[in-house]
Structures are given as C-alpha cells and as structure tokens.
Design a protein around this ligand. Structure first.
Ligand SMILES: [Zn+2]
Length: 179
C-alpha cells in the first residue's frame, strides 16, 4: 500500500484513493477514516481528533491553514499528475508544521526563508542565533544552521523564529536592523 506504482495502480483506483493511500504512510502521526456512502468513498485524514484533509471523488479539501487554495479538484489533474499532487499536499502539511516524510524517509522541512544577516534579535541584540522553528523533538545537525526544533507541546503563539542565543521567539518583523 505504501509504494503504489504509478501507472499500474492508477488504472485501477480512483484518484482520491491513490492520493489518500500515498499520503498516509508518509504522515505517521495521521490516522485515516474511510467512509463508504452512497456517493462513493471518502478518505478523511486526521491528526488526533482534528480533521486535516478529506478526499472524495471530486477532490481533496483542506481543513488546516495553508496559503494555497483549500480545494484540489481531480478534474484539473491528469492521472500522471497525481503523485505531484501528493507531494504538494505533503509539502503543505510540512508548512503547517506537521511531521511528514519524503518517499525516501527524510523529514520534509518547511521552506526556508531568508533572514538577513543585518537583522538582530530584539532581546539580546545578537545576530548569529536566529533560526526557523520546526515543530519536532529534535533536528539533525545538518539542519541546525537554518532550523531549530521546538516540541509540538509548547505553545508558540504564532512565533516562526527563535534566537538560539537567548531563547527569544517571535516573527521576522520583530527583528532589529543592525546599526
Ligand atoms: Zn537573542
């Protein structure tokens, strides 16, 4: 189920089932509920009690915050494009701080954004410790120049960056300009 071969399975399964079954193994904390109803089968993907995605024969609807549109319609996607749609959805989940993985089992990181080296922490006025927050218990060393991990159990109140020198957290707009 986890390694659907594109081209072969796609002939047999409807789009929503292909995409739902491709997402689940790469989002280990998710659970999928399958609802058979007269209009067809609906695949609902949950994180705990929270419904994140609902996939049916018309499309995939988002219930988590994203900058992208909230609905993907299958009629606009060619069968060969379904694996790309799967990647889009996983990327959107990563941007929303859910822990999801690439097909080769690497954690998908939020897109890095540029933090000017001329910007400083508003608390300690240091410049070298600003990192992008990812919701995780830890991150590999190779990512530590760009990211810092904060457990999902900590309320960030919208913070996106952290100063690893003094532990200040906040958003880019709060950084001070050097000088
Ligand atoms: Zn600081």
């Amino acid at each position: 189920m986890s390694d659907v071969e594109p081209g072969r399975e796609e002939m047999e399964l409807p789009a929503h089932e292909i995409v739902a079954r491709a997402i689940v193994p790469r989002f280990p904390e998710a659970t999928m509920k399958i609802d058979e109803n007269p209009n067809g089968t609906t695949f609902d993907i949950y994180y705990g009690e929270k419904l994140l995605l609902s996939l049916n024969k018309r499309g995939a609807r988002y219930f988590f915050p994203t900058r992208r549109k909230r609905m993907i319609n299958w009629e606009r996607v060619r069968p060969s494009g379904l694996s790309r749609v799967t990647e889009y959805i996983l990327r959107d989940l990563a941007e929303a701080d859910y822990q999801v993985f690439t097909a080769t089992d690497r954690e998908i990181r939020k897109r890095p954004f540029h933090i000017s080296r001329f910007k400083r922490c508003p608390q300690c006025r240091g410049a070298g410790g600003i990192r992008i927050i990812v919701r995780s218990e830890s991150i590999p060393d190779e990512d530590s120049q760009m990211y810092t991990a904060i457990s999902r159990s900590v309320d960030l109140n919208g913070a996106e960056i952290k100063c690893t020198i003094c532990n200040w957290i906040g958003v880019r707009g709060e950084l001070l300009r050097r000088g």
